[in-house]
Design a protein around this ligand. Sequence first.
Ligand code: SF4
Ligand code: SF4
Length: 437
Amino acid sequence: MQTNFSSAALAEPHLAESEKILRTCVHCGFCTATCPTYLLLGDELDSPRGRIYMIKDMLEGGKPATKEVVKHVDRCLSCLSCMTTCPSGVHYMHLVDHARAHIELTYKRDFTDRLLRALLANILPYPRRFRLALAGALLAKPLRFIIAALPFVGARMGAMIDLAPARFPSLPLTEAAPAVASPRRGRVAILEGCAQPALKPSINAAARRVLARHGVDVIRPKGEGCCGALVHHMGREAEAFAFARRNVDAWCAEIAGGLDAILITASGCGTTIKDYGFMLRDDPAYAEKAARVSALAKDITEYAAGLDALPRARETGQTIAYHSACSMQHGQKLGDQPKRLLRAAGFVVKEVPEGHICCGSAGVYNILQPEIAGRLRERKAANIAKTKPQAIATGNIGCITQIGLATATPIVHTIELLDWAQGGPLPEGLAGAGFPA
Ligand code: SF4
Ligand code: SF4
């Protein structure tokens, strides 16, 4: 794609990077075929190519974002399906991240939108506040239909209430876990993060047990927290970078003592942490440290794939529909490892039709765009049902929550199934689904 940025504009590193990305697009339109919003809405402006043109026009002209641009960029899920399809290697993720930051700086959203976004940005990344908000959402569940009917904010408040679990989750286990097998094979950190330990602490607990059985020590670095993805996807770049710097400091303090990997059990967070090196590339104090952290970041299944198989302690063979989160398959290009691990543990793994299409979770997308997210969720649940599974496995808490709203089939994290197969406790929801305790 031809671009016409002024040389003054290109002196700004963000613009120079985006110009490089724009120039790789050859307008072929292959990406439109796999874009969930184009699939649902059929509007070129809701396709990757249409968004790329709009972003080019906005950035090239140094223009503030318009209502029209904001509408179509907001509808983008950041699912990155377009990046997997693009034959030209267009780095859409970095381009849309830049566009979102530009929108945040140059566009004044209406009051309810600003209020909702500020609430999400000031609650979700903070575990204590998030747990309090969950308690509030639980209490509000009986009033859900009244709240959802409120003007302006009703649909999005209703979506928030729906996403809260039906009962309050137990407190997460966060202490360090020593290896129980010898010889000792490694020393790793597991990201605790923000929302996941509040919603489903059993995921990291299962990961700790699996690692301990393989002789891997798990440490808990002081000071780590939210990876910054939630605010980054809302264009709040400064906040996202602050979260990234805090985590880089926490992990670098442990790297000195020997750290083999930084493990992540939510693929959405993994995609962001693997991008810290890029996000902080222009920060002289952090560029090198952030790149080191990104190089150590691994999804739990990516790391587990490198460990020796352990003897099975359970009778497996159950049919599992594996839902590959967008951040797993498109963001981190980890399409096969989780399925291979499940098969090696004895499960029958089914491919979900339209597996490349997002379930509509996408961070806080299902709260901010409940209508599109709801349609994608129903479509995903219907596709999963075609495989007639006994359970669904995935690697991202957002997908677990989102898909769980549209299916009666139990949905768990891949590592919970692997832990159970090795003798761990039965994951919640699997009793009665053909999984012996
Ligand atoms: S597939 Fe790639 S090169 Fe083709 S229009 Fe889409 S982003 Fe551009
Ligand atoms: S990230 Fe997903 S929703 Fe956004 S343009 Fe690409 S394919 Fe479409």
